[in-house]
Design a protein around this ligand. Structure first.
Ligand code: FMN
Length: 288
């Protein structure tokens, strides 16, 4: 089984379901392998993100390896999400991720099993899926998961085969209309305006963003591009969390992609130490 752990903005204090019951569209940072780690989640929460997912965790590795636990399990008591959306070949061949959308009975059993292991009936268990070409199969999957007690469903509006094709927001709307539990829309949302548009198109209860938040972690707060303050916050938070250099640097490359010239990128992207990055930022922005 593979899944992600979720945290709310007020982490220990708030049940994620309270967010869905608040009547506001819930703004969510997607699970991202190598990226949605605790430091980044702390950053996006500072900029109006309500709910964050850890990267995908492979349960077998998690049980077997202390290294995997230390690397991935930087979290709190939020809840569990079952990953039925990862389209990568290795995951599919192991029977993980998006291939689970073709095994509704198994998904149902897994949701029931997670529920039966945890005494607290309010502990949230969600699933994240892709859609089938035949949407009836997706609706059937979602209804089975709902009957098994899933708390909400996130839908990346593409099929397993689709990569860059337009997202099927109409399909997300049909799924939403077929369910009583909350539905979260995901795919190609890059700005707060996109989020509002997708909410309007799908009537989804929440909006999940991956790449848009990598490029601009402040997007949910309404910024069109990464503000300098956010870069400064990232440096502070990442250093505080002891973030490994590669992760620290990669996030900065994403955040600065739209606000630096080609020439500047050539210099910045090959820097190889935290001190070189800090010197660069100091020279160019004079804030460190
Ligand atoms: C770098 C990266 C890592 C990802 N890792 C995961 C993951 O661990 N689990 C998962 O369910 N989806 C993962 N995804 C998929 C995203 O959660 C999301 O469904 C997809 O990128 C579409 O959203 P977007 O258009 O906002 O990027 C990842 C995507 C990216 C770009």
């Amino acid at each position: 089984m593979i899944g992600d752990i979720r945290e709310t903005k007020e982490c220990q204090l708030k049940d994620p379901m309270d967010l869905f019951h608040s009547g506001q569209v819930v703004k969510i940072c997607a699970p991202m392998v190598r990226y949605s780690k605790l430091a980044f989640r702390t950053l996006v929460r500072k900029y109006s993100c309500d709910l964050c997912y850890t990267p995908m965790i492979v349960a077998a590795d998690f049980v077997r390896s202390a290294k995997a636990r230390d690397s991935e399990f930087t979290t709190n008591k939020g809840g569990i999400d079952l990953n039925c959306g990862c389209p990568q070949r290795w995951a599919i061949s192991e029977g993980y991720g998006a291939c689970l959308i073709n095994k509704p009975e198994l998904v149902k059993d897994m949701v029931r099993h997670v529920r039966s292991q945890i005494d607290n009936p309010n502990f949230s268990v969600s699933i994240k899926i892709r859609i089938h070409e035949d949407l009836k199969r997706t609706v059937d999957l979602c209804q089975k998961a709902e009957a098994a007690g899933v708390s909400w469903i996130t839908v990346h509006g593409r099929s397993i085969e689709e990569r860059h094709q337009p997202v099927h927001y109409d399909a997300i709307k049909i799924i939403k209309q077929s369910m009583s539990i909350p539905v979260v829309a995901n795919g190609d949302i890059k700005t707060l305006r996109d989020a509002e548009k997708v909410h309007h198109l799908t009537e989804a209860d929440g909006i999940m963003v991956a790449r848009g938040l990598l490029a601009n972690p402040a997007m949910f707060a309404g910024y069109e591009e990464t503000p300098f303050q956010c870069i400064q916050d990232w440096v502070d938070i990442a250093l505080e969390h002891g973030t490994p250099f590669t992760c620290f640097h990669h996030h900065l490359m994403y955040m600065m992609e739209r606000i630096t010239s080609k020439q500047e990128k050539k210099v910045f992207n090959v820097l190889s130490s935290t001190s070189a990055v800090l010197d660069y930022l100091n020279d160019h922005y004079g804030v460190w």
